[in-house]
Structure formats: structure tokens, C-alpha cells
Write a protein that binds this ligand. Structure first.
Ligand SMILES: Cc1ncc(COP(=O)(O)O)c(C=O)c1O
Length: 404
């Protein structure tokens, strides 16, 4: 095939011509995918080491998940929550048990689930804690990423995410991530919740100092404040445990889940909490047309079943150790620092060598897909079905890229 026959340039130009520029994608046009691999429109194959920012924890087109989706497509796909359907209870029951919580409220996107958690926390604050009307405060961390709605970007500290989208929603207090003293100082009688990522993904896979999450739990309990863990990117096996917060033996009051919950097939998100918290919602107070639809629930139930086996968590822990060993060996050889847990890593490339974007472009040329964040950092998050050979191959490509 000559360059003239390649479809990629025309597809990229068309996408550029017809869409808003809210993303800056790498120059790959995906046509097919299976497991850890994607194939572009010109037949080139790549190892997917981004996995949809953890939305593809079980790989592309996991056979069990695809079978569940197909079976449901042949029966019923949407009812709205005006009626109950026969996939709803099983999904909510399974997910509640996976989380060890009484109740689940399904939504679609991650941002919707975060919004749900914020609304529930505020309502809990007014109706249960006794905070005066309109005074509820939620504490969040600097460099957070919780989504893109106007309320969520109101408490972002990233100028790209926030600037020009005001006026901003009040009621949020930002403290440095990992700083317990700052958190303690920020809590007051109006504080209803602390909302944090147990590992900050978009910030560059930042793992908080040991003891931080346990300290947050203690402060929340002492002050009658809800601890909300946004596990949208870190949860569901990514770090070697079902939830990243488990690494510190901590149980939050509310889990916020998304991404992998939809098995890479449909958007499925949810919050999970005990009745004392989630029970504050009454009919008519919150909802979503597609939230908890039959297709989403059928796929979500199949995802929960996969996680119940523990197989994916074990793979992530075992192969994650191999990933981190390989990455650590590159420190001083073009890599400055490596962070993360399980099959999830933030890799700081020596900024004197290249930007994170350039590193990802060179990895793409070598058949490995990854994504940069904040200057010289790249994120690696392969599907949890990745094999040792695939992992070693990707590490060898990264080593070649940073050697220059
Ligand atoms: C921790 C975290 N929370 C929330 C979101 C938002 O999810 P969504 O893009 O599905 O709205 C993301 C997405 O990257 C995330 O990483």
C-alpha cells in the first residue's frame, strides 16, 4: 500500500473539519479492537495502553460482556425509570454487595455520578446533619479531576478545565492533596463531605502519602462528615484491588463509580452508599432518562460478576508489579519518576528530552497507545487482560523512545 492509499490522513482531516476541538487526539483512526489490541483503518495494529482511561479494564470486546450485551439487545434496551425492568434489581444488588453498601443509584457518565454524590451529600447535610439551608460545604483536593459539568469545573484548579466557564457554583473548599493538617483546618460545622480520588488520575497518577486516606477517614468520622471516594478511574480492579482505597484499609461513606462499570460497551456509572446516606433521596428529586437502563444493567451485572471472581484484581496486582519493575529500571535512563499501583502508572519523562505528547507520538509510531498529561508525564493503564509478553513489548518500546 502506498501513502496515497492510506485512509488515516483523510479521516483525521475530516474529523478536524467537522468537530469542536475539545480534544487533541493522537493521529490514529481506530477501526477494530479486541482484548489489548486495536487495529486502525489502514490495518496497523497497536497495543492499547490507555484502555479508555480505565473504561476498558476488561479489554476491548470481552467475550462475556459482549455476549451479555447481545442477549440484552435482543430483549429490551430502554424503559426509562418510569417502570422497573428485569435487569435492574440484579445489577443494583450485585454492585451494592461488591461495594459492601446498602444501596446503589445508577447513572450514565462519571460526571453525572459525581453530581449525584454532591447532591446526596448536600441533602444529607441539611436533613440529617442539620446544616443551615444553603450553607453546606464540600472539601475537595487541589489538582482534582471529577468531570466536566459546570459545578464540577467550579472546583477544578486546572485553568484549562475552568477558565471562561463561570459563574462558578459556590460551596466547595480546595485543600492540597495529601495534606491532613490543611484538611483538618478546613473542616467546619457546615462541612458535609470530603470528595477525593484515592489516587489522582488526571493529575498524573498521584498516590497520596501513606496514611493520608486513613487520616481523611478519621477526620470525617470525628466531624460527622461524609467521605466520598471517586473511584471512577482508580476502581474496579485497576490498582490490584477492587477499590484503590482498600490499599489503606479504608471504607468511604460513598463510592462513585463509572468507566469500567460499562465494560467498554455502554456508559454506566453509579454511587453506592448505606441507607442512612442514599436514603435521603425521595421520588422526583433526582433522575436520568438513561440511568439504570436494561442494556446498561445487563452489562453492569456481567462486569460485577467478573470482579466477584477476584481474577482481574489478582492479574492487576501481579502484572502491575512487573510493569512497575520495568518502569523503575528506566529511571535515570530518560525517565525521572514513576508512580502508581497495579496496572496503572504515571511516568515522568525527562523534560530535557521531550514532552509527554512527543513521547506518546513516538510510542504510537512504535505501535503502543498511551496518553500524556501535564507536560512531561505519560499515563499507562493497559487493559487488565494484558499478557506478560505484551507488557514486556510495550516496556521495550518505551525504553527505545526515551533512549532517543
Ligand atoms: C476520577 C474521575 N472522576 C470523574 C471522571 C468523569 O467521568 P466522565 O468522563 O465519564 O464524565 C473521570 C474521567 O476521567 C475521572 O477520572
Amino acid at each position: 500500500m502506498t501513502t496515497v492509499d492510506l485512509r488515516t490522513p483523510a479521516e483525521l482531516a475530516d474529523a478536524e473539519r467537522w468537530t469542536a476541538h475539545n480534544y487533541h487526539p493522537l493521529p490514529v483512526v481506530v477501526a477494530e479492537a479486541e482484548g489489548t489490541w486495536v487495529t486502525d483503518v489502514d490495518g496497523r495494529r497497536y497495543l492499547d495502553f490507555l484502555a479508555g482511561y480505565s473504561a476498558l479494564n476488561f479489554g476491548h470486546r470481552h467475550p462475556g460482556l459482549i455476549a451479555a450485551a447481545h442477549a440484552q439487545l435482543d430483549r429490551v434496551t430502554l424503559t426509562s425509570r418510569a417502570f422497573v425492568h428485569d435487569q435492574f434489581a440484579a445489577f443494583c444488588h450485585g454492585l451494592a454487595e461488591l461495594c459492601g453498601k446498602d444501596l446503589v443509584l445508577p447513572m450514565n457518565t462519571g460526571a453525572e455520578a459525581v453530581e449525584t454524590a454532591i447532591k446526596v451529600a448536600r441533602k444529607w447535610g441539611y436533613r440529617v446533619k442539620g446544616v443551615a439551608d444553603e450553607r453546606a460545604e464540600i472539601i475537595v483536593a487541589a489538582d482534582n479531576f471529577h468531570g466536566r459539568t459546570t459545578t464540577i469545573v467550579s472546583f477544578s484548579t486546572d485553568p484549562d478545565a475552568r477558565a471562561d466557564f463561570g459563574p462558578y457554583t459556590p460551596g466547595f473548599v480546595v485543600v492540597p492533596y495529601g495534606d491532613l493538617a490543611a484538611l483538618r483546618a478546613a473542616i467546619n460545622p457546615n462541612t458535609v463531605a470530603v470528595l477525593m480520588e484515592p489516587i489522582q488520575g488526571e493529575a498524573g497518577v498521584l498516590v497520596p502519602p501513606a496514611g493520608f486516606l486513613a487520616g481523611v477517614r478519621e477526620l470525617c468520622t470525628e466531624n460527622n462528615v461524609l467521605m466520598i471516594a471517586d473511584e471512577i478511574q482508580s476502581g474496579l480492579g485497576r490498582t490490584g484491588k477492587t477499590f484503590a482505597i482498600e490499599h489503606e484499609g479504608v471504607v468511604p461513606d460513598m463510592y462513585v463509580l463509572g468507566k469500567a462499570l460499562g465494560g467498554g460497551i455502554v456508559p454506566v456509572s453509579a454511587v453506592a452508599a448505606d441507607r442512612a446516606v442514599l436514603g435521603v433521596l425521595r421520588p422526583g428529586e433526582h433522575g436520568s432518562t438513561f440511568g439504570g437502563n436494561p442494556l446498561a444493567c445487563a452489562v453492569g451485572t456481567a462486569v460485577v460478576r467478573l470482579l466477584e471472581t477476584g481474577e482481574f484484581q489478582e492479574r492487576s496486582a501481579r502484572l502491575g508489579a512487573r510493569l512497575h519493575e520495568g518502569l523503575t529500571a528506566l529511571i535515570g535512563k530518560g525517565v525521572v519518576a514513576v508512580r502508581g499501583r497495579g496496572l496503572w502508572a504515571g511516568v515522568d519523562i525527562d523534560p530535557l528530552l521531550m514532552t509527554g505528547r512527543q513521547a506518546c507520538e513516538r510510542l504510537t509510531e512504535r505501535g503502543v497507545l498511551a496518553k500524556d498529561t501535564h507536560g512531561s508525564t505519560i499515563r499507562l493503564a493497559p487493559p487488565l487482560v494484558v499478557t506478560e509478553e505484551e507488557l514486556d513489548h510495550a516496556l521495550a518500546q518505551l525504553a527505545a523512545v526515551v533512549r532517543g
